[in-house]
Design a protein around this ligand. Structure first.
Ligand SMILES: NC(=O)c1ccc[n+]([C@@H]2O[C@H](COP(=O)([O-])OP(=O)(O)OC[C@H]3O[C@@H](n4cnc5c(N)ncnc54)[C@H](O)[C@@H]3O)[C@@H](O)[C@H]2O)c1
Length: 437
């Protein structure tokens, strides 16, 4: 046992600010409301259902995570957010078509009460989208200040104790770091100059981080993962997490690939294709938004398989990722993976995976968990990149010069060991010699 980290209690209400009230956000909100009412169960959520082993295997201590660390109860969450469409969350959830109408009816008044505030949006960064509920401002700094005013009003109107923000907006076009992203001063000057290097998502991130509000990026775009915003987060003691929720095909990839590598099976090729018919699919049909997603999806295998350490097994890996917009499927994505394997003496094998998944159903429990864990991180005095939450992301944000950990099982160990560390519990190494001495 070591000294526990001092964690402020989860007293009062937590505001969860969602940027973009589309399929993922409305599925999260409607789900939380249904769970609160006892209509549904929080399947897929570690904060609600997960347990954690404490001490030795022989101690028989495996409490629920929510009984070990002080998390905000679901009843104390208040949702708010922005969208370029003014429709309330009930109408948006109907449009998204993820949750069946009969369930939505049961939480309809609460959903109807959540109306998105006008968004900061510029079509330049999301080519396939346009909407009427958009702020006007004299420059990007002014827009950031309008967001801060929304945040403060939300806090006082709802008598909130704390807040977290999650970007659940559409995937923006591919961007690389530029000089405007390097320092806080350069970033703020670029806001005033409305520099094209600053997409809408960075304006939200800037607003949150300036206010010390934990910021998470659920999409793959370059947002808070730039030196200027990391420096601002250090200054305002703000936790950061992201990016791109690990759901669907990439989740399966990070489950299968570590297993193949563990047994030193070679992989010659990994072909992944998807059909997807929701608005996210439509946005990703634009090559510039797709490139952002593609980069996020493709890096996973390189890091897990480590071709530099295992050239005989992985150096020539051909990894192809395709997403095809196919409206009839809506949010029910279908993914196919073909994996060309190589075994003993170079004999070839194939593995085929056909995953008929529901994108937002996989994403919603992650948004909830991340919101609650980021609030916990803030109350535990943590700031900057929260690597222990890489479990939830396709492209985990990481310190410069450090490679990100993509293996789902190492990520889970990291997450649970962080919770043990918070509580001053022994970290679990799985060495296990003590049982045989
Ligand atoms: N569903 C998943 O499994 C999953 C997994 C990983 C990442 N993501 C990412 O999460 C994001 C949301 O996915 P979704 O399925 O909910 O998409 P969606 O298209 O249903 O919702 C996105 C919403 O964001 C709004 N929006 C776009 N730009 C905005 C801005 N600047 N300000 C405010 N609102 C804005 C859109 O109007 C839309 O309502 C996407 O970027 C997606 O790539 C989703």
């Amino acid at each position: 046992m070591s000294t526990p980290v001092e964690i402020a209690p989860a007293r009062g209400k937590l505001g969860v600010l969602l940027v973009g009230m589309g399929a993922v956000s409305t599925t999260t909100i409607a789900g939380v409301l249904a769970i609160r009412k006892g209509i549904s169960k929080p399947i897929g959520s570690l904060t609600q259902m997960g347990t954690i082993r404490l001490g030795k295997r022989t101690d028989g201590r495996s409490p629920k995570i929510s009984d070990v660390v002080p998390l905000t109860p679901l009843d104390d969450i208040v949702f708010g957010g922005w969208d370029i469409f003014a429709e309330d969350c009930y109408a948006a959830a109907r449009t998204a078509g993820v949750i069946e109408p009969a369930l939505l009816e049961q939480v309809r008044p609460e959903l109807e009460a959540i109306r998105p505030w006008p968004a900061v949006f510029d079509k330049h960064y999301v080519k396939r989208l346009d909407g009427p509920n958009v702020k006007k401002g004299k420059n990007k700094k002014d827009l950031a200040e309008q967001l801060i005013a929304d945040i403060r009003k939300f806090k006082s109107d709802n008598n909130l104790d704390r807040m977290v923000m999650v970007w659940c907006g559409s995937t923006e076009i591919f961007a690389l770091e530029s000089p405007a992203h390097q320092t806080i001063d350069a970033f703020e000057a670029a806001l005033v100059a409305s520099d094209v290097a600053i997409p809408s998502s960075m304006i939200y991130a800037y607003a949150a981080i300036s206010e010390g509000i934990p910021f998470t990026n659920a999409a793959p775009n370059l947002t808070a993962d730039i030196p200027a915003l990391v420096a601002l987060a250090a200054k305002t003691a703000t936790p950061l997490a992201g990016k791109d929720l690990k759901t669907g095909q990439t989740l399966i990839k990070t489950i299968i690939a570590p297993g193949l590598k563990a047994r030193l099976l070679g992989v010659e090729g990994w072909y992944s294709t998807n059909i997807l018919g929701n608005r996210d699919g439509e946005v990703l049909d634009d090559p510039e938004s797709f490139k952002t997603k593609e980069e996020s999806k493709k890096s996973v295998l390189d890091y897990i398989l480590q071709p530099n350490l295992y050239p005989d097994l992985y150096k020539d890996l051909c990894h192809v990722v395709r997403i095809n917009y196919y409206p009839p499927r809506g949010d029910n994505k279908e993914g196919w993976d073909n994996i060309d394997l190589v075994g003993w003496l170079g004999y070839k094998m194939q593995l085929k995976i056909n995953f008929l998944c529901r994108d937002s159903i996989l994403a919603a429990p992650i948004v909830l968990d991340v919101a609650l864990f980021m609030d916990l991180a803030k109350r535990a005095g943590m700031s900057g990149v929260q690597e222990w939450l890489s479990f939830y992301f396709k492209s985990p944000v990481h310190a410069p010069g450090l490679y990100p950990e993509h293996d789902l099982f190492i990520q889970l160990m990291k997450l649970k060991n962080t919770l043990r560390y918070f509580k001053g519990e022994e970290l679990i190494t799985h060495l296990g010699r003590e049982y045989y001495d």
